[in-house]
Design a protein around this ligand. Structure first.
Ligand code: SAH
Ligand code: AVI
Length: 331
């Protein structure tokens, strides 16, 4: 007789919730976004395998300080966080390659509490690869990967097996539009029980020159990352964008306190998106907004958490006060 295996007991379990749904979501987002008077695409479509690789390169750039700053804060505070949270599991939203996550996993492993890691990401290869490598690096660790869209599939995160940390690192919370951010924080709150914590990274308001350089690096890696979304549209929607016909723009919007990344059409042109039966016209100099990356203050983080049903419990920054890691609980 076959032994009965409880899936929760296996070392690696991966659930995928995309199954064609992602292509649908791309088609809908593109149809909505490219037919607006101010053209816009949501940033989640940057991250195909090439986009994920470019993002990794961005994290190493001298101008892109957020990754280094957040890692430094994690290194300083991880032991304290482990002791404070007693977490047996770490759920990570937008986990990517989980590079910085190892600092937290080390601390929880060292504290002897760590049992399970739950990476949630829209990029399938990242979830699968990090499940493989982390189970090798941390003997006894179970990984339950969730391939999905964290705006649509948070209800698929497995039930907690004890006190948990939900980590949302890198400043990705800044990539939401304000209304969606509030909705998203509310849905995170619903993942938290009374013993659980949200650990969230946010980039902070600073000199616009530093900010703009971080999103317009000298080597042009961020420009390539930005143009990559057009390559995704070419492949997935049978479109005929020439990415080199678009300039990469990164500017700090002082009023909204966010960086905007745009692609600016160098000339008047028409683009065909065959899979959508859509022709899109661009004027010379017309912008397509591809990302906002909001920059925060402590007061704003506390207010946004409160609006999402969460309360700020601890606030840590790097020595320059450029990036913050906050710990929050359900109110
Ligand atoms: N947490 C990592 C990676 C940040 S990059 C770090 O701090 O370095 C943003 C990550 O979020 C990418 O891995 C991307 O694939 C993922 N992502 C972006 N939008 C998403 C969405 N809507 N649902 C799930 N994952 C998403
Ligand atoms: C993932 N996210 C937090 C990055 C950011 O800084 O907003 C994405 C990025 N865009 C350009 N460079 C990096």
């Amino acid at each position: 007789m076959e032994p009965v295996v409880d899936p929760e007991e296996t070392t690696i379990r991966i659930d995928s919730h995309l199954d064609g749904g992602q292509e649908r979501s791309l088609a809908e987002d593109v149809l909505d976004g490219l037919t607006r008077p101010f053209k816009e695409l949501p940033p989640k479509h940057f991250y195909d395998a090439r986009g994920a690789e470019l993002f990794d390169q961005i994290c190493e750039l001298p101008e892109y300080y957020p990754t280094r700053a957040e890692r430094a804060i994690l290194e300083r505070t991880a032991t304290e966080l482990a002791a404070l949270t007693n977490a047996v599991e770490l759920v990570e939203l937008g986990s990517g390659t989980a590079a910085k996550t190892r600092v937290l996993l080390d601390a929880l492993h060292g504290a002897g509490t760590l049992k399970r890691y739950v990476p949630v990401d829209v990029t399938e290869s990242m979830v699968r690869d990090c499940a493989e490598t982390l189970t090798e690096e941390y003997p006894g660790l179970r990984v339950h990967g969730v391939i999905g869209d964290f705006e649509r599939h948070l209800d698929r995160v497995p039930k907690a097996i004890g006190p948990r940390i939900v980590a949302f690192l890198g400043g990705t919370v800044g990539n939401f539009q304000p209304g969606s951010r509030r909705r998203f924080l509310r849905s995170i709150a619903s993942l938290l029980g009374p013993e659980d914590h949200l650990l969230m990274g946010t980039d902070l308001v600073k000199d616009p020159e530093v900010l703009e350089a971080a999103y317009d690096d000298a080597q042009g890696v961020t420009a390539e990352f930005n143009r990559n979304v057009l390559r995704v549209l070419n492949r997935e929607l049978d479109a005929d964008f020439d990415p080199e016909d678009f300039d990469h723009i990164a500017l700090f919007d002082q009023e909204h306190e966010w960086i905007e990344m745009r692609l600016r059409s160098r000339e008047a042109q028409q683009v065909e998106l065959t899979a959508l039966d859509l022709t899109v016209s661009f004027d010379a100099g017309e912008d397509l907004r591809t990302e906002i990356s909001a920059k925060f203050t402590r007061e704003r983080v506390a207010a946004e958490l409160a609006a999402g049903g969460l309360a700020l419990a601890a606030w840590h920054t790097d020595p320059d006060d450029w990036f913050a890691l906050s710990l929050a609980r359900r109110r």
